[in-house]
Design a protein around this ligand. Structure first.
Ligand code: ATP
Ligand code: MG
Length: 556
């Protein structure tokens, strides 16, 4: 920035900490990481963490590592690992080599041996229940594990035998020897290794002992030379243990942990295990169902990486838990798309309109700009003739107050085309309107009168002969907002009407040659994208990303 009046961007507390570390010479560079567990798809909360960590690495000309935290083989799968990488790439974060915590198992084992040798860890054969009981509570101190006096040689031997498969799951554990009376429960001789005869998605059957997260994570960070290990608030109480591990393992220039508040969205399902349940119960169409806030779901819904980055930026980084509103996310995608995508006409719930005074058999093409706010999107030709479709809700035989659209005797503008006066309608034997009639004024081509005459209503339309019919899906929150997100069993209260299928939508012909993720504004109906899973060549399926209206205003 060249002059002193240039905008000063306020720095978040993590940037302030990093600035301080660099100024004090604690580190002379910055390396951050994103450490997902490959046990599900990523969601909007993870996007925040990715954007934050990657953004910091960029800001400080540092490096960003992508590392799978795959130390718990029970739920981990390669399928998830692939989906996660795809999502992070899509968000725009770049990294060199994909790292895996499991690649450090050998080193972790060696560090555990080192701790035993230093008298800082011991093998315990207390049962899981006993360990829990001995640990005490927030108000009661812990009790000494009789195993903590076990001779070093003996612990070393048993630990080796654990590794060799001589012990059954849960029969023995390795505990760090710290302080059973610590006011911090995490420091009361935490378990750092357990026996688990499980197949690992990368290591196969090589290991039957696995390190616990609180032991593994700091070692992973330290091995990679991470400087700032940024995690969410629930790990704040684990920080003393993190520091203990890197200190006792004697890493030089060890990383430091900084916690920030998780991103929560009001009335939205974010937790991985809840999304997983919806997927497993078949309530949604996979992890990428457009109603989910998984990154894959948001992408399929039509969200862009830019819109998610904007959203994360608006949420800010803080140390205090807070909840963001879903409408803010919607605001971000509207803002992103409004000048980027063409505005086209699509009638979602069609009824026929016949222009009685338009010559039978004739047609014409109207030149329509693709986006009035962005000339570079050019224009297109839209066919018009005697037979059209309009939205069923744009006609009322007996209008209510302040209804300015089609009703007998009223003149409206057919967007970009002509003024049309409604003359009446036809109905079937059940009284349903099946056809509307009107007459047009040829002098109003393009949608403007030349005599200063004004109309109050402008409606969209699609030419009948050239229309394409395509399924269009409208979405509501998957959560029944009146009941709240979760019920007493910890399950999601599912909104039975979260998917509304418009099977007979009529679209202008420019929407035939489209490809997955192409997005459009359907005038008056919202922003829509071509579904990536269910669309076929020349047979697109559209998802509504967001409607046009919002009560959301940016706070200033
Ligand atoms: P979930 O709680 O949804 O199951 P998780 O924390 O178990 O998520 P991980 O794969 O362990 O999922 O998380 C990877 C990283 O993403 C961690 O550093 C974690 O702190 C961060 N993260 C997870 N959820 C959020 C969130 N809601 N907001 C910000 N960061 C998050
Ligand atoms: Mg986790």
């Amino acid at each position: 920035m060249s002059d002193s009046t240039a905008e000063i961007k306020s720095r978040n507390f993590i940037e302030e900490e990093i600035d301080k570390d660099l100024a004090e010479g604690v580190y002379d560079h910055v390396i951050t990481r994103f450490p997902p567990e490959p046990n599900g798809f990523l969601h909007i909360g993870h996007a925040k963490s990715i954007i934050l960590n990657y953004g910091l690495a960029q800001e400080y000309n540092g490096a960003f590592h992508m590392r799978f935290d795959d130390t718990n083989p029970t739920k981990e799968k390669s399928e998830f690992a692939e989906a996660i990488q795809k999502d992070i790439h899509w968000l725009g974060a770049k990294w060199d080599e994909t790292k895996y915590a499991s690649d450090y198992f050998e080193q972790m084992y060696e560090y555990a041996v080192k701790l035993i040798k230093k008298g800082k860890a011991y093998v315990s054969d207390l049962t899981a229940d006993q360990i829990r009981e001995y640990r005490g509570t927030l108000t009661e101190p812990g009790k000494k594990d009789p195993n903590s006096d076990r001779p070093i040689e003996e612990s070393l031997q048993i630990f080796e035998d654990m590794k060799a498969g001589k012990y059954e799951d849960g029969s023995v554990v390795l505990r760090a020897k710290i302080d059973v009376n610590s006011p911090n429960i995490n420091m009361r001789d935490p378990i750092i290794y357990r026996v688990a005869h499980m197949n690992h998605h990368r290591q196969g059957d090589k290991w039957c002992i696995y390190p616990m997260y609180d032991f593994a994570h700091p070692i992973e960070d330290a091995i990679e030379g991470i400087t700032h290990s940024i995690c969410t608030l629930e790990f704040e109480d684990h920080r003393p243990l993190y520091d203990w591990v890197v200190r006792e393992c004697e890493f030089e220039n060890p990383p430091r942990q900084i916690e920030f508040a998780k991103l929560y969205l009001k009335n939205v399902v974010t937790g991985k295990r809840y999304i997983k349940k919806l997927v497993e119960d078949g309530i949604v169409d996979g992890w990428d169902d457009p109603r989910l806030v998984s990154i894959a779901g948001l992408r399929r819904r039509g969200y862009t990486p830019e819109s998610l980055r904007r959203f994360v930026e608006l949420c800010g980084v803080s140390k205090a838990n807070s909840t963001a509103e879903y409408p803010m996310l919607e605001y971000c995608i509207r803002e992103d798309l409004k000048t980027k995508v063409p505005r086209v006409m699509a009638v979602l719930d069609p009824v026929e309109l016949v222009i009685d005074n338009y010559p039978e058999g004739e047609s014409e093409e109207l030149e329509v700009p693709n986006n009035l706010e962005n000339e570079s999107l050019g224009s297109r030709k839209v066919p018009f003739s005697k037979y059209l479709y309009i939205e069923r809700s744009d006609f009322m035989e007996e209008p209510v107050k302040k209804y300015f659209r089609m009703f007998p005797g009223n003149e409206v503008r057919l967007m970009n085309a002509y003024f049309v006066t409604c003359t009446g309608c036809e109905k079937d034997e059940n009284g349903n309107v099946i056809r509307i009639h009107g007459t047009y004024d040829p002098q109003t081509r393009g949608g403007n009168s030349n005599d200063g005459r004004k109309v109050k209503g402008t409606i969209h339309w699609v030419n009948k002969d050239t229309a394409i019919t395509a399924p269009v899906r409208l979405y509501e929150n998957i959560v029944d907002e009146e009941k709240g997100v979760y019920n007493e069993n910890g399950e999601v209260n599912v909104n039975p009407n979260s998917l509304i299928l418009m099977n007979d939508a009529k679209l202008e012909p420019s929407l035939l040659d489209v490809k997955a993720y192409d997005s459009f504004q359907f005038v008056r109906n919202g922003f829509f994208t071509v579904d990536s899973k269910d669309s076929k060549d020349k047979a697109p399926v559209f998802n509504r990303i967001v409607s046009l209206k919002s009560s959301f205003r940016l706070p200033n």
